[in-house]
Design a protein around this ligand. Structure first.
Ligand code: MIC
Ligand code: SF4
Length: 634
């Protein structure tokens, strides 16, 4: 058996472990973060569970940190109080980015983790089966329900040899993205094996599993070995270690081999993490901004390398250079060993231990800027500056480029040996344990608005094509997130005025005027973030179905959980037959849901287009009654 199958088998609640079949797995741990968390906890309250049923659930506050009015603070107070009163740990603002902190303080090899954030697979770096999901699925898991997913195919990514100087874990995952593209992982788990694995530390492995999200993969996982043991012991959690790996004769659905020694520094060019080019082809391009941080590359080792490159030097005067450490643990250790002084003396701007610029929460670059970021997503306008070109690179590439002011390759760089610390600095002062709090009153500020609920599926589903979109539409297109909008993550009516505004500013007005309708899209619709708002807001606008060539996993689940039909063209060429303004009708929609076969009538053209619904029985029931919450107890 491969490692993925072993963990699934140990957690299997129902279904057959055959790729493509729906299975349900028991969830041991959950995490939420604040930008998806407010909704998740409102949904959790609606389910009506007293105390979480998981082994460990943690509510992180790391995304919406700019408190420029009471709004974010209202959300923080709600999350803290609702979590503590339901037996959930809280990681307070300033403690760090959920994925980094979870790896440091809570993650355990062999356990399942479900998080309301698409980068939850970071936990795969420590041998967890860690998956991202919409808030509602995480709320259900906190209530003790299993998580339903399609049994993935398992891809063996065999790593051979050792990385050369200046080539990093980031370049490994960029290589995988170059090979497979941003939809190449849909329905798959990427399982890393091979003799190259032993040269990668847990934080390096976590960089790779983190950005596996950009492949659309269900998750990514590394074995739990001596490096995992050393990491856990250094975190004072040696007792959480168990060794785990695939059997020697394990089988896989697919197999790819990467020779680490052959890799060179890579960059993902605008505007997709899949648009990968060698750094050598970009060398000399003038850079305006460089940001080091995010859950992909903000570990102690990452920042120590940056510090070593910057030590005693000056950041190019025309570059704005920011650093956001992944956690308070990382920041405190850098402060204590002097590396922080090296970074600051070189001219860096120090930001909070939080997502910050990665989610467009500050540091939007100037008009037409070139911005180099160690992050994982460079979708159009995610930085908050539509004309900016964002490149995703390793911390080493970022640091050498910061000194030169132009894109520079770190290949062959001579860095001092930076070992993993034998002991990390452990201080959990910003983690609140529910057992220490009694009779917590849930605080609901004015910004906390109820969330929309789907309704029973109509006999005939009618409406116009409100918009026709191309391939690879991200949830950042569907529900943009930036400093101005993040504060409204618990206010769906407010957000609805910005739905799909990155594609067509008139869309929300049109959707409201027409009382909802249909969205038509190309392939890989809904890639990227797990934000359920990309389903809740369309639901609020009356969207009844999305007709696309294909869907990304988490978004498709979010649509179904909220009673919106995700329909795929039986023949993708039929996409060309639909236009904005076409009048559509699905007659006898409940029967179509039951048979999973649809005939879409285009009334104004008098044509019929066959569509398919690709889902399991449980989701059929859910769609009939208008979503997951309505189907509880059915
Ligand atoms: C992201 O990286 O896009 C986010 C912000 O972390 C999202 C969650 C969100 O939209 O709030 C994610 O990855 O799921
Ligand atoms: Fe935060 Fe960026 Fe990571 Fe999302 S990808 S969790 S916004 S740091």
């Amino acid at each position: 058996m491969n490692l993925t199958a072993k963990i699934i088998k140990a957690h299997l609640v129902s279904g057959e472990m055959k790729a493509g079949e729906e299975i349900a797995v028991k969830i041991d741990q959950t995490l939420t973060q604040d930008s998806t968390g407010t909704m998740a906890y409102l949904q959790f309250e609606a389910i009506g569970t007293d105390k979480v049923k998981t082994e460990r659930s943690v509510a992180y506050i790391d995304h919406n940190m700019l408190q420029s009015s009471q709004l974010n603070a209202d959300d923080h107070a709600y999350i803290q109080s609702v979590a503590l009163s339901h037996g959930i740990y809280v990681s307070k603002p300033g403690n760090g980015i959920c994925h980094q902190v979870h790896l440091e303080r809570f993650g355990k090899p062999g356990k399942t983790l479900l998080g309301s954030d698409s980068h939850t697979p970071t936990g795969g770096g420590i041998g967890m089966l860690a998956m991202g999901a919409g808030g509602l699925d995480v709320a259900l898991a906190m209530g003790g329900a299993p998580f339903y997913l399609v049994m993935p195919k398992v891809v063996n990514v065999e790593l051979k040899g050792k990385l050369r100087a200046g080539v990093t874990a980031k370049d490994v995952i960029l290589k995988v993205l170059e090979m497979l593209t941003t939809a190449g992982g849909v329905g798959k788990v990427m399982e890393y094996t091979g003799d190259g694995v032993k040269y990668l530390s847990v934080p390096e492995r976590a960089t790779i599993t983190n950005m596996g999200a950009e492949l659309g993969a269900t998750t990514s996982i590394f074995p739990s070995d001596e490096n995992t043991k050393a990491f856990l012991e250094a975190q004072g959690r040696g007792e959480d270690y168990i060794p785990l790996c695939a059997d020697d004769d394990a089988t896989y659905d697919e197999h790819i081999v990467i020779d680490l020694a052959e890799l060179t520094p890579l960059a993902a060019c605008p505007h997709s993490p899949g648009n990968v080019k060698p750094v050598s082809e970009l060398v000399g391009k003038k850079v305006d901004q460089i940001c080091v941080g995010s859950c992909t590359n903000s570990s102690y080792l990452d920042l120590m390398k940056v510090a070593a490159i910057l030590k005693g030097k000056r950041i190019h005067p025309e570059v704005s250079f920011t650093v956001s450490p992944g956690s308070r643990q990382v920041l405190t250790m850098l402060a204590e060993n002097g590396a922080l002084a090296d970074i600051l003396s070189a001219g860096a701007r120090l930001l909070e231990c939080a997502c910050g610029p990665c989610i467009g929460n500050g540091q939007s670059p100037k008009q037409d800027a070139v911005s180099l970021r160690t992050f994982n997503r460079n979708f159009f306008n995610r930085s908050g500056t539509p004309s900016a070109d964002v490149y995703l690179v390793s911390p080493e590439t970022a640091a050498v480029s910061a000194l030169a002011g132009v894109i520079t390759s770190p290949e062959g760089i001579d860095l001092p040996d930076i070992p993993m610390p034998a002991k990390f600095l452990i201080n959990d002062n910003l983690i609140l344990r529910p057992e220490d709090f009694k009779d917590v009153k849930i605080v609901r500020g004015d910004n906390i608005k109820p969330f929309p609920k789907g309704k029973k599926l109509d006999e005939n589903v009618k409406g116009e094509v409100l918009i026709k979109l191309g391939d690879d539409i991200t949830t950042d297109h569907i529900m943009p997130s930036n400093a101005a909008l993040l504060a409204y993550r618990s206010n769906v009516p407010y957000l609805s005025d910005y739905c799909l505004s990155n594609c067509d500013k008139e869309f929300p007005v049109r959707a409201k005027a027409k009382n909802g309708g249909f969205i038509v899209a190309g392939a890989n619709y809904g890639q990227g973030s797990s934000r359920e708002h990309a389903a809740l807001v369309p639901l609020y606008l009356g969207i009844k179905a999305v007709v696309a060539k294909s869907f990304a996993r988490i978004h498709k689940d979010n649509l179904m959980n909220n009673g919106i039909l995700p329909l795929v063209f039986a023949d993708p060429a039929d996409y060309d037959k639909l236009e904005q303004g076409d009048e559509l009708c699905i007659y006898n929609a409940p029967d179509s849901v039951k048979s999973r076969k649809f005939l879409l009538t285009v009334e104004n053209k008098d044509i019929r287009i066959p569509l398919r619904l690709e889902c399991g029985e449980r989701q059929q029931k859910m769609l009939l009654c208008g979503g997951s919450l309505n189907s509880i107890g059915e």
